[in-house]
Design a protein around this ligand. Structure first.
Ligand code: SF4
Length: 357
């Protein structure tokens, strides 16, 4: 890695360490029969300024959500009809699935779990990305449906930054949601943070990390903000600001030091890195990395990223991966809600065809 890619010794060591952790998880599964499932609900309470997903405002799309849930149930029912192999992991993401009203949310999770083959060994994760969407009612539904893992994503523990990125919730909401989740069940909780957010000064990211370490979730995932064309934030930046932000003019040494200090603090608190990936156009060309307490790693994250296991994606904008003799073949469901609903059988048939490559 050092010779071919010019990595620093520190990053090469990190790559080797994460590679070994991923390999250990992968070795527990059989790529010929094990697979993971992603269920996507592309709605959030508001749209974050950096969001590049096809998320929609849950309130504005309220009248379409029932039909959307019915369509996903149809997709799962048609695709998994006759399947016996149990999924290794099922991930409910989005968007924010917990932004659905409670009765529809119950129908969504129970309905899909009845159709996707799984058993008590299957890892079930619910992404409650926005802390302000969690309450006692949906937390109980998540627990009763058998989910063992929950993501509550603060992104930053600074109210001014939350407001600037359009997240419409506060640090207090994050703490309340975390405490409520702990009271409800012994979920393995993941919390995502973004480092180098626009408007944050030196030290702000480390202060957010310390606040999350104080809460003590089992997983902490650090993201370098990736700026894609579809993100609203892009419209607010000049070409020069963007290049500086992405580290294309010169590396952001301050941010790199802060990140290295963050890794140190995580290790001191017994979190180890187990999952790592890079995205194009990421802040300072830096990495996204998952840290976990030993034995609490997300199986879904590792298998899905490995490109060695089948991924079945359900819902608008969801991507499936099938492993053929010459590598990964992807199938994408339409990102347009109405188009996804109208063409769902076509997407199912394509997945069924690819299953036998
Ligand atoms: S929570 Fe995630 S999916 Fe929803 S708007 Fe923000 S970045 Fe997009």
């Amino acid at each position: 890695m050092r010779a071919d890619w010019g990595l620093s010794e520190e990053k090469a060591k990190l790559g080797v360490e994460v590679g070994a952790a991923e390999q250990e998880i992968i070795s527990r599964y059989d790529a010929d029969k094990d697979y993971v499932v992603y269920c996507g609900l592309p709605c959030c309470p508001t749209r974050c300024s950096y969001c590049s997903f096809t998320t929609r405002d849950a309130a504005r799309y309220a009248d379409k959500l029932e039909l959307y849930v019915d369509t996903m149930l149809e997709e799962a029912g048609q695709f998994f009809d006759g399947w016996h192999n149990k999924a290794a992991a099922i991930y409910f993401g989005g968007g924010t699935p917990t932004s659905l009203p409670a009765d529809l949310f119950a129908r969504y999770i129970k309905g899909l779990l009845e159709l996707i083959p799984h058993d008590t060994d299957t890892e079930l994760t619910m992404e409650a990305g926005r802390p302000d969407t969690l309450d006692k009612e949906n937390l109980n539904l998540i627990k009763d449906a058998g989910f063992g893992r929950l993501c509550i994503n603060p992104q930053t523990m600074h109210d001014a930054s939350l407001c600037a990125i359009g997240r419409n919730h506060t640090v207090a909401d994050t703490i309340t949601a975390f405490e409520l989740a702990r009271e409800t069940s012994d979920f393995v909780i993941n919390m995502d943070l973004i480092y180098g957010l626009p408007g944050e000064a030196a030290g702000d990211f480390l202060a957010s990390l310390d606040a999350v370490l104080y809460l003590g979730p089992e997983n902490i995932t650090l993201h370098s903000l990736a700026l894609k064309q579809s993100a609203r934030l892009m419209e607010e930046m000049s070409e020069h600001d963007l290049k500086t932000y992405l580290g294309e003019i010169h590396p952001d040494i301050g941010l790199e030091r802060e990140l290295a200090e963050g890794y140190k603090r995580l290790r001191l608190n017994e979190y180890l890195p187990y999952y790592l990936y890079k995205q194009k156009r990421s802040r300072g060309a830096l990495e996204n990395i998952g840290f976990s307490k030993l034995g609490c790693e997300s199986i879904y994250n590792v298998l899905m990223m490995s490109d060695r296991f089948t991924v079945i994606g359900l819902g608008s904008g969801a991507a499936s991966k099938f492993i053929g003799p010459s590598g990964v073949v992807r199938q994408h469901n339409s990102k347009d809600l109405a188009d996804y609903i109208n063409r769902v059988s076509e997407f199912v048939n394509r997945k069924i065809e690819l299953q036998s490559i």
